[in-house]
Design a protein around this ligand. Structure first.
Ligand code: MV4
Length: 510
């Protein structure tokens, strides 16, 4: 087993990984940029090393700096977490060159599945259903257009190097084809340095369901079941759950088998996720493979009882997946919400700042994975994910009730969060019935909200300012206690508190 693992990441996922290390008796080595000097992952790790200024290009994305730290600290393995370098094949290659074990898939498997068209070709060879479309990059736009006509509009142009909806364009008719092609290609060039596109039939309002797979280095590949991730905003997942409310045992088996065939065909090792679109008739279509641990892995952990990070470490150390895990059957239900420092009244714009006070939920069936603490300043420079709040229970209903209860317990002052969004979603009849799809949240947010600030401003003015006054008083007391100096001007402070107080009131409306 490894003695010391370098965690090439920050925030909640770095904390998640170092906790697994601690439980396994492995020393953890954190890295931090200038703005992360006081971050939770730095405080909790056994050792921590600076790797440069805030911009990730000069710190968390610098393979040279990470390799230097690994050598200086005497690490024997590297865990990339998610984001940053997690799906960059240059990191496993650099590790191999320096005699370090990369805790993730081999560089070749990562590359084979990183290209969307290569992934589709692999899927076809492995007899995994894909969305109708072409499996090669478009060479001649006019030929692709002829194909689109035959397939029937609407179609989707997608970037070969794509991900996260970048370089993707919906085309409804011949007339739109040329300009959509140019837009998608230039967006893909900007995002990935690769302007190649391909084409798929557009599926209307599908579910997004993904299969968690694990493969060991000895040829065993298993499915740990699915996660439903249809509730997304601008290609950012906001709620995930396991199992999916629409997937039947029969479809679960078929999707799991398909994902396992694909992983085998790609020579995959370690944790991976195979994404599918699922239509109303429960037909499923391969979309792409994520060659890393995912943000939403805790919901799978809660229903399987497995620690996926420990599994990743064990597989990287050459251990076998125990045979029994091939017959894993999920138990109960789990759901995760992603709490972000963002402003729901300003189009969910990132809203970093200093966390002045918090109360975090706990109690039956509640787990909170986070990388923040009271008095810490959420930096401007990275994804503003604060906490992943995970609930589990015997049924979907019990899980949702626990999640609502936990959201009501959760308070944070000093920054704005999207917690109100979840209170709203968890009361929506469609959501409660499991009738969600990839455009559901965007459509919900375009509908007028009966509890929106503008509609209720006047009637709530006085209770909101009461709440603001209380919050401000608590903060004053805290500030005196800790002698911390805030950079916010008194005028700003006042309006921020008032807003925060009002939002608190609104969030509690039925
Ligand atoms: C699609 C689709 C409908 N039809 N492909 C979005 C991100 C990228 N990974 C693939 N995506 C989609 N591909 C076809 N042929 C709809 C989406 C899509 C989506 C997929 C998963 C989760 C959220 C989404 C939100 C909008 C569109």
């Amino acid at each position: 087993m490894f003695k010391k693992i370098l965690i090439a990441n920050r925030g909640e996922i770095a904390v998640r990984i170092l906790r697994a290390c601690r439980e396994l008796g492995i020393r953890s080595v954190a890295v931090f940029s200038d703005v992360d000097r006081k971050s939770l992952h730095v405080r909790l790790a056994d050792e921590a090393y600076p790797i440069g200024p805030a911009p990730s290009r000069e710190s968390y994305l610098s393979i040279d700096k990470l390799m230097d730290v690994a050598a200086r600290a005497g690490c024997d393995a590297v865990h990339p977490g998610y984001g940053f370098l997690a799906e960059n094949a240059a990191l496993p290659r650099a590790c191999t060159d320096r005699g370090l074990t990369f805790i993730g898939p081999p560089a070749d498997a990562m590359e084979a599945l990183g290209s969307k068209t290569a992934g589709r070709q692999l899927a076809r060879r492995a007899d995994v259903p894909t969305v109708p479309g072409i499996n090669d990059p478009i060479e001649i736009p006019a030929e692709a257009q002829a194909l689109a006509q035959r397939m029937g509009y609407p179609v989707l142009l997608k970037a070969v190097a794509g991900g996260g909806g970048k370089g993707m364009r919906l085309v409804n008719s011949d007339a739109e084809f040329d300009s959509a092609f140019r837009d998608a290609a230039s967006e893909a060039m900007n995002a990935f340095g690769d302007d190649r596109l391909y084409l798929e039939k557009y599926l209307d309002r599908p579910h997004h369901v993904e299969i968690q797979i694990f493969a060991d280095a000895h040829g065993r590949v298993v499915s740990l079941g699915e996660r439903e991730c249809s509730v997304q905003r601008r290609h950012q997942k906001v709620i995930e759950e396991a199992p999916s409310p629409i997937i039947t045992p029969d479809v679960r088996k078929k999707m799991g088998d398909a994902a396992v065939r694909l992983a085998r065909a790609g020579g995959y090792v370690n944790a991976g996720t195979v994404e599918f679109l699922v239509d109303a008739n429960l037909n499923f279509y391969f979309l792409e493979v994520n060659t890393r641990l995912q943000v939403e892995h805790p919901v799978t952990e809660q229903v399987t009882g497995l620690d996926l990070v420990k599994l990743q470490i064990a597989i990287a150390a050459g251990h076998r997946l125990p045979f029994a895990w091939e017959s894993i059957t999920p138990r109960g239900h789990a759901m995760e919400v992603r709490l972000y420092a963002e402003d729901p009244d300003n189009n969910f714009f990132p809203s970093p700042g200093k966390i002045l006070s918090r109360h975090v939920p706990s109690g039956p069936g509640i787990r909170l994975d986070e990388g923040v603490y009271d008095g810490w300043t959420v930096p401007n420079d990275y994804d503003p994910l604060l906490s992943k709040l995970i609930a589990w229970g015997n049924s979907r209903e019990e899980t949702i009730a626990r999640l609502r209860r936990a959201l009501d317990e959760y308070t944070v002052t000093g920054i704005k969060t999207n917690v109100g969004l979840f209170r709203r979603i968890l009361l929506e009849p469609d959501f409660l019935r499991g009738e969600i799809h990839t455009r559901w949240l965007d459509e919900l947010l375009r509908r007028p909200n009966s509890t929106s600030a503008s509609a209720n401003e006047n009637s709530l003015e006085s209770s909101a300012s009461d709440a603001a006054a209380i919050a401000a008083a608590v903060w004053q007391a805290k500030k005196a206690e800790s002698q911390s100096n805030s950079s916010i001007s008194p005028a700003d402070e006042h309006s921020r508190w008032k807003l925060e107080g009002r939002r608190e009131q609104l969030d509690h409306l039925p």
